[in-house]
Structures are given as C-alpha cells and as structure tokens.
Design a binder for this molecule. Sequence first.
Ligand SMILES: [Zn+2]
Length: 143
Amino acid sequence: MGSGPPCVFCAIAKGEIPSHRIRESPRALAFLDVNPISWGHSLVIPKAHAADLTEVTPEDWAEVAELARWTALRLRKVLEVTGNNLFVSSGRSAEQSVRHLHIHVVPRREGDDLALQEWWEMKVQPTSPDELSKTAAVLREKA
Ligand SMILES: [Zn+2]
C-alpha cells in the first residue's frame, strides 16, 4: 500500500496477476503455491494487505485461519493427503519472503520425505523447569 514496490499477493487477490484459485471468502483467498514442496501445497492470504502478524486485523486473521483449515481438509478429501503442516513466517528474521501475510498449507502423505521431525529435533535448545517458569511469568505480565 502507498509507496514501495507493488505487492504480488495484493495483485493476486485483486485478480491483476493470474493464480490457481481454490476458494475465497469475503476477506480471504486460497490458491496454489507456484513453488510447491508437495502436491497440492496451497497458500491462504488476507485480501487486504497486511505485511505480517503485526498488521493483520483479528477479523481478517480469523477468516484466513478458517480458510486454511478448510483447505487442509479439502486436500485430505481429494488429493490423497493424510496430514497437513500449516506454516506462517512473520517478519524478516522469520525468513518471510513475500511481505504479505500468508499461511502455507502443506499436504503430507505417509512416507513423504519432508522429515520435519528430524530437523526439529536437531534444533531443540537446552532448558530447565526454572527457566521455563521465568519465561512464562514474563509472558503473562500485563504489557
Ligand atoms: Zn499485499
């Protein structure tokens, strides 16, 4: 919005750039990712521009999340999908590529080789009950 480079997902939402649409609701749109990591990999976006989680309205987010749920179930029904991963990258440090909030709905099938659990286990950091208690207390404090 305003100055800055044009937003590709805004253009897709407005139909200015073609996309492989799956379903839309008044505030949200689901379409196929053109760089899928598995068959049926979809994206769900708010139609109104929001760069990331800091900008999206609760109303838009609710509709995007619900459309992502619908898309996940649809994939299971028609594309031999037995599980789903939903991913949101929010912010540059989270390696968000397109600066228009999106949920990746990634289809999973038995025996696929995405191996997320393997990667996750390599990234687990050491902690302690005391440290977890302190962190939770900070998070519970009123801002
Ligand atoms: Zn946008």
